[in-house]
Design a protein around this ligand. Structure first.
Ligand SMILES: *Cc1c(COP(=O)(O)O)cnc(C)c1O
Length: 509
């Protein structure tokens, strides 16, 4: 039971156990009040014309019940005015914090009991009505538009998720088992690939893909300078060297040209990242790879369901890594990841690498690791996958609001996605001149709109990669994006009204 100052008081039916010899009323924290009572007041012997209460509490929650006789209870909080006539031990009122109360019309036999969530604290009282009105104004919640709304997503499918958790708990299989296999095969279908192998997280997915392809010490792998650090770290973790490529400033991904520009004699693979859910031109990258005999491992951690020329991201490379970090387009309720591939030998090798290099218990053919998708996450992901098409469509519809309403803005530049790509908008990036970017973010925050920056420091300029010897200016498009980009709120659970409000606020910037 939620009970905050932004809720009205609620009339609660109190359980009654009726027997031949009489009745018992039961009030339980778990079912009726939602709080553990620390105090019980009772009010009785009140003159009929007397009025009691006339105060509010800032944080205290109360449950009020008239056990014998009757009383009138008037309550006011920011959600409205309420009046209750209580005359039965079978119902009580749950009073949220921030309610002014007036108890009147006491019958001579009235016995009113009040359960309180905290012990007596004079500083929690507001005893003056004018002060109460002032307090309500001051604590008025500002409407906030969150960057993501996981709570809304989980509310929308709460019952499904609860069933998943309950089934997992009773299945007895917590690592592996049917739930994992079922999700893997559904996810492979979704990506248009033959195989999906669940693993612990997105970083491991990329590491395992590279390792399964035999990439290691002495090898170079091309990764975009503009990505989450995991893309490069995966290369580092197999003892290969990340070689950075610059991006196309309109789509934020590498291009055939930017990749070709950094090929070395030691280059073994390219890791295109479909950043923000905007697909990379895989024809261009594929042509470069074919020409130089390079492997492709797609980093599709932000691109579940995105497509390029009708083909789904994740199905282009030798293998692709996905992340199911909770805020990703398909997110678990913890960490999770998957590697997809069309190659059965590679799939088997990757599965072994996730599970101690073994297919048969206690027999280890490869030096593997422990990186498995657990059954609860697989069940949650499978349940969410059924909504993924609708959620993706919704993201695209919301993105359309930004794209159509901000296209003529004087100081905002939008991403430009060619017709042959269907993005899934993991992030909706806009650009504002570098010298006004912080001002724009502060302006939005001042209107209760949360934003993000993906990413403020390019990978080649991260201290962790200082040993590669890069300097500012090496990748101009990436570095400009780091200075100009603002990520606007956009997930499947923002409302159109929220997006319109963001647009309205931006129009006045
Ligand atoms: C999130 C992400 C990863 C890593 O995924 P984790 O599950 O957090 O390990 C890798 N690459 C990109 C582009 C990401 O956005």
């Amino acid at each position: 039971m939620t009970l905050s100052e932004n809720h009205g008081p609620q009339l609660v039916q109190v359980g009654q156990i009726n027997g031949a010899q009489g009745s018992i009323g039961v009030i339980e924290a778990s079912r009726h009040t939602g709080f553990d009572a620390k105090r019980l007041y009772f009010i009785h012997n009140i003159k009929t014309d007397h009025v009691r209460g006339l105060h509010a509490h800032k944080t205290l929650k109360q449950f009020l019940i008239c056990l014998t006789g009757s009383v009138r209870v008037k309550l006011t909080n920011r959600t409205g005015d309420f009046e209750f006539d209580l005359a039965s031990p079978a119902e009580g009122i749950l009073i949220p914090p921030g309610c002014w109360r007036e108890l009147s019309n006491f019958s001579p036999d009235a016995l009113v009991a009040v359960f309180a969530s905290e012990e007596y604290d004079e500083t929690d009282y507001i005893r003056d009505y004018g002060e109460f009105v002032e307090w309500m104004k001051q604590t008025e919640p500002r409407p906030q538009i969150a960057y993501v709304n996981l709570d809304r997503q989980h509310d929308a499918i709460g019952l499904e998720l609860e069933r998943v958790l309950e089934r997992s708990l009773h299945s007895g299989a917590f690592i592996g088992g049917v739930a994992v296999g079922a999700f893997e095969s559904a996810f492979a279908d979704y990506c248009g690939t033959r195989f999906a192998v669940g693993c612990g997280n997105g970083l491991d997915a990329l590491v395992i893909a590279l390792q399964a392809l035999g990439i290691g010490a002495g090898d170079d792998v091309i990764v975009p300078a503009n990505s989450f650090v995991a893309s490069a770290l995966a290369v580092t973790m197999v003892n290969a060297t990340p070689v950075f490529a610059d991006i196309d400033p309109r789509t934020y991904g590498v291009t055939g040209e930017s990749v070709s520009a950094v090929i070395t004699p030691r280059t073994r693979a390219i890791m295109p990242v479909h950043l923000f859910g905007i697909p990379v031109d895989m024809d261009e990258v594929g042509a470069v790879a074919a020409k130089h005999g390079l492997r492709i491992v797609e980093d599709a951690a932000q691109a579940h369901g995105a497509s390029f020329r009708g083909r789904t991201c994740g199905s282009f490379g030798d293998a692709a890594g996905f992340s199911f970090y909770p805020t990703k387009n398909l997110g678990a309720i913890g960490d999770g990841g998957a590697i997809v591939t069309g190659d059965p030998d590679l799939a088997l090798k990757m599965r072994m690498l996730t599970n101690y290099g073994s297919t048969k218990k206690y027999h280890h053919e490869l030096l593997g690791r422990n990186s498995r998708l657990d059954s609860i996450q697989a069940g949650v992901l499978h349940a969410k996958l059924r909504h993924q098409a609708a959620w993706t469509e919704r993201r695209c519809g919301l993105a359309e609001i930004y794209l159509s309403s901000l296209s003529n803005h004087r100081s905002i530049r939008l991403p430009q996605v060619p017709q042959d790509r269907v993005p899934v908008w993991h992030v909706f990036p806009i650009r504002v001149d570098a010298d006004r970017r912080d001002q724009c973010i502060a302006f939005l925050n001042g209107h209760g709109i949360q934003t993000n920056i993906h990413y403020p420091v390019p990978i080649h300029l991260q201290p962790a990669y200082a040993s590669l010897g890069h300097k500012a200016g090496d990748f101009p498009h990436t570095e400009l994006a780091a200075r100009e980009l603002i990520s606007l709120p956009l997930d499947a659970f923002h409302t159109e009204a929220e997006l319109r409000r963001i647009v309205e606020v931006l129009q006045t910037f």
